[in-house]
Design a protein around this ligand. Structure first.
Ligand code: PLP
Length: 389
């Protein structure tokens, strides 16, 4: 079966938008649609936009078992992470100037923390074990009397490894330390019950669950007590925490995509499990294949794998026009830099420089995975032979 169709295996970087969400978004754009500014409540046009946004907000909140007034809209998880971390740091600095996070966070958390270090905060970066798991005891050990915030991701974007945020949330609540969770890779894939789990702040992004890019949320458990310092000042939208005209089409698209992801969660998860099994079986034909990250404790839609004696650059270059793969994280792919996540897990040498992230989802077919597996096996074999000549 010689298919020339390109195969997209970079779902962890972004997903296509679900068709139902696209169809809905189109109704919020043109002159015959609900395009008005949702803050223009002096006319019906604006009121309709306002109502659409508030309905979407309620729908999203329901799916997280949160209340609508606990959610604010942002441009995505990068902004939500920035607002959560800087917002707490600046508003709580009288209580203390220490933050705890992990060494395997997304750059939007790490770079925000690095920035805060330049303005007088102290940050502890907890290291994971060799499988990418963060030990709760290590997080607790890092806490001091000065600690105001712990920020930990739910699912890692490079390995798919899941952290046990529930237990940590309980402990931090008892210690009265704010807890922020970057849930960009888990929302829509794992059930999250914010009524059960005492998380103070949670970031999510629509384009990781088949919604549009450029829209996300920050959940704030107790807006009155948390008192975040805003990043954007202006019209005072979103309780003054995030000024700027709300993008109605993006917001309704996100709500629709989230609803679909929630309904399809068992189906999509089973599908990814099946594809992961297939792919692993094929890749295991290669000598010296190594899977990175705790296979017992990860989501099935991301597989991080290294092939001895083959660098990720050479493999990705060989497959560039056929298969979309990622090395390290997408944000770093402009510069060739080894993954900070795998490095923190103590992975080095060939295994580090050979790591490739293969991520798939709802629209990936069995035939695509089989074809991709075959092509990877062929190219790894060919590249090794070349190296020996
Ligand atoms: C994609 C991603 C982000 C960034 O989200 P954007 O909406 O693209 O800004 C942050 N954290 C994690 C874990 C991600 O996977």
């Amino acid at each position: 079966m010689a298919s020339n169709k390109k195969i997209y295996l970079d779902y962890a970087a972004t997903t296509p938008i679900a068709e139902e969400a696209i169809a809905l978004m189109l109704k919020y754009l043109g002159i015959n649609g609900i395009f008005a500014n949702s803050a223009s409540l002096q006319h019906d046009f604006g009121e309709q936009a306002y109502e659409a946004i508030e309905q979407a907000r309620s729908e999203i909140a329901n799916l997280l078992n949160a209340k609508a007034n606990q959610l604010i809209f942002t441009s995505g998880a990068t902004e939500s992470n920035n607002l959560a971390i800087k917002g707490i740091a600046f508003s709580q600095q009288k209580r203390g100037k220490h933050i705890v996070t992990s060494a395997t966070e997304h750059k939007s958390v790490l770079d925000t923390c690095n920035y805060l270090e330049t303005v007088g905060f102290k940050v502890s970066y907890v290291r994971p074990n060799a499988e990418g798991m963060i030990d709760l005891a290590a997080v607790l050990n890092a806490l001091t009397d000065e600690t105001i915030l712990v920020s930990l991701m739910h699912v890692n974007n490079e390995t798919g490894v899941m952290q046990n945020i529930e237990t940590l949330a309980q402990t931090l609540q008892e210690r009265e330390i704010f807890f922020h969770v970057d849930a960009a890779q888990s929302v829509g894939k794992l059930p999250i019950d914010l009524n059960q789990t005492p998380i103070d702040l949670l970031s999510l992004s629509a384009h990781k669950f088949y919604g549009p890019k450029g829209i996300g949320c920050l959940y704030i458990r107790n807006r009155k007590k948390t008192l975040l310092t805003p990043l954007l000042h202006g019209g005072g939208q979103e309780y003054g925490l995030r000024s700027g005209t709300l993008p109605t089409h993006q917001i309704v698209g996100m709500a629709k995509a989230f609803k679909i992801a929630h309904e399809r969660m068992p189906t999509d998860t089973a599908h990814c499990h099946h594809l992961q099994q297939l792919l692993m079986q094929q890749l295991q034909q290669i000598d010296g294949v190594q899977f990175n990250g705790d296979l017992q404790n990860k989501l099935p839609n991301i597989l991080n794998v290294s092939f001895k004696h083959v660098t990720s650059d050479s493999l990705m270059l060989a497959l560039k026009h056929e298969i979309a793969l990622a090395s390290g994280s997408a944000c770093n792919s402009g510069a060739i830099e080894a993954s900070h996540v795998l490095r923190a897990m103590g992975i080095e040498g060939d295994r580090l420089y050979g790591a490739v992230r293969i991520s798939f989802g709802r629209y990936t077919t069995e035939a695509e995975i089989i074809r991709a597996g075959e092509r990877i096996v062929e190219e790894v074999t060919r590249l090794r032979q070349l190296a020996l000549e």
